[in-house]
Design a protein around this ligand. Structure first.
Ligand SMILES: C[S@@+](CC[C@H](N)C(=O)[O-])C[C@H]1O[C@@H](n2cnc3c(N)ncnc32)[C@H](O)[C@@H]1O
Length: 503
């Protein structure tokens, strides 16, 4: 009996538990980190222990880390050095002893907490001295849309001096596993000790956030929050220790079970299009989450970390990023073509009779068309499209109440049949009547994205995805014309009396 052929595709959304895994939540921020429990459930469903699970757009490593902890061979890949640093850093917590990690933090505390308290009270002259004494990273140019031009401008002089002190102490830790863990804590501290960090009124200062993760830009806060230097690092380091304890426990639990422990983790830093050459057709399951158009310029936004960690990508590497816009001004057409090629690359990595899950969301229907046609051309049959609504990219824009920003995404699961799958294009699609039909089937409260996803899939199944061509504003206008209203607070679309009559 073929396990993979008999798998019945997951058809229902899985509610996200973002904050329950210490290994992903609180160790180090990254952009659009997928909820670990959703990823883990997909891995458990579509693969078996010992299988090779690959994520070509791995980001912070959720897929490969969960695969590794579930006794699979987790293979992570990302073009962004920061992504690989985080993913390998978290997976690396499986190595070494917790007591060595604790000792390293204690040694750091005695070596630098005093200096950091001194820095807190220092005047400009003394700060100058600290900055000269401890090595700073290269003062690189920030992305063009930043509020400030150079890396150092992102920091108060005290923050710059403190970070240089911490960085140097980390380098002195002799146990290499403990050193890597403290480097992870240092890098996570960067997200908090800089001038983009602000706090919402009435909230605890340390509970604030950085504009890098809310509006995806280096925007210097009008009233930046100055978090205390040593306690901020210490808090990050404690989170890393908690993550280490959790990883150790998970592995120990597996070791004591009848299955034993044989998970593996491997990381690559390739352009996704090069991966088939490097890895061959070795994947038993792929779960991946490609960049969504121009929403997030990953490499640009990672400049602060990549510069401090000394891992800036070379220009020839960075130009392979699959994105619209960014500092390299990648064109929409190039993005679409490379998105299609990346899906084909995934299928070149995947063994026949295996599954591929792709997470995606965008208001541009041609991106969906590219994913679906490239997959079908390469032998992948779409078996499920699950809207993970309520698992949104809750950006600041959304919080400000724009109906057009993304909330929720679609998980498309394909079965690799090994031969091209037939599909049609060019059929007619009566958008208005399809929309009415869907509105009758769907329940309130209604997310615009969920409805949009259903429309896209209906158009695909009816061979009409290329005639859909609807923009997010047309879509919102149609709903308004049908008597629906967008609720700015809840971000749901709600019916009015007029809409009920029309339906
Ligand atoms: C949506 S994110 C993935 C986030 C991930 N699912 C997580 O949970 O953290 C997309 C990733 O694709 C990476 N990327 C962009 N272009 C790439 C390319 N050509 N090859 C490999 N990775 C690329 C970006 O650096 C980014 O980390």
């Amino acid at each position: 009996m073929n396990f993979y052929r008999n798998v019945v595709a997951i058809q229902h959304p899985i509610s996200a538990e973002r904050q329950t895994a210490k290994r992903h939540y609180g160790v180090h921020p990254y952009f659009t980190r997928r909820p670990f429990n959703v990823v883990r459930d997909y891995i458990l469903h579509y693969s078996r222990p010992g299988d090779r699970v690959i994520d070509p757009f791995g980001g912070s490593g959720v897929t490969a880390i969960e695969a590794f902890l579930e006794n699979r061979i987790g293979v992570h890949n990302d073009l962004n050095p920061l992504a690989n640093f985080i993913a390998s850093g978290i997976a690396g917590l499986a190595k070494g002893n917790l007591s060595d990690y604790r000792d390293a933090l204690a040694a750091m505390e005695s070596a630098c907490s005093g200096i950091l308290f001194e820095i807190e009270k220092s005047g400009d002259d003394e700060l100058d001295r600290y900055q000269k004494q401890f090595r700073l990273p290269k003062n690189v140019v920030l992305p063009a849309n930043s509020d400030v031009t150079l890396l150092y401008d992102l920091f108060e002089p005290k923050q710059l001096a403190a970070l240089a002190v911490i960085r140097e102490q980390v380098a002195r830790i002799s146990n290499k596993y403990a050193r890597n863990a403290m480097l992870l804590a240092f890098s996570a501290t960067l997200a908090k000790l800089n001038r983009t960090f602000l706090s919402a009124e009435g909230r605890l200062a340390s509970r604030g956030g950085s504009s890098i993760f809310s509006i995806y830009r280096y925007k210097v806060a009008k009233k930046p929050v100055r978090l205390p230097l040593w306690p901020t690092f210490r808090e990050r380091a404690m989170n890393v220790l908690a993550a280490k304890a959790e990883v150790d426990q998970t592995i120990e639990h597996k070791r004591q079970s009848s299955a034993g422990w044989h998970g593996e983790f491997h990381a690559y830093d390739r352009d996704v299009l090069e991966l088939p050459q490097v890895l061959g057709r070795t994947a038993d399951y792929i779960f991946t989450d490609p960049p969504y158009g121009g929403h997030i310029a990953y490499l640009d936004l990672s400049t602060m970390w990549n510069a401090w960690l000394g891992i800036l990508p070379t220009p020839s590497r960075a130009k392979h990023e699959i994105i619209v816009g960014g500092d390299r001004k990648h064109a929409d057409q190039a993005y679409t073509e490379r998105l299609g090629s990346s899906i084909r690359a995934c299928l070149d990595l995947l063994k026949p009779d295996r599954w591929l899950s792709v997470v995606f969301q965008h208001w541009n229907t041609s991106y969906f068309q590219t994913i679906l046609t490239s997959a079908a051309d390469s032998g992948a049959d779409l078996r499920a499209a699950v809207p993970q609504v309520g698992d949104p990219i809750w950006s600041m824009h959304k919080k400000k109440g724009s109906a057009s920003v993304l909330a929720g995404e679609l998980i498309l699961s394909f079965f690799n049949t090994g031969r091209a799958v037939k599909y049609e294009l060019g059929q007619k699609f009566d958008l208005e009547s399809e929309l009415y039909q869907l509105l009758r089937e769907m329940h309130e409260p209604l997310y615009g994205e969920a409805l949009f996803n259903r429309i896209v899939l209906r158009a695909w199944h009816k061979g009409a995805i290329n005639s859909l061509g609807i923009s997010k504003s047309d879509f919102a206008q149609m709903l308004l014309d049908m008597g629906w209203q967008y609720d700015q607070r809840s971000h749901f679309w709600v019916t009015t009396h007029r809409a009920r009559r029309l339906i």
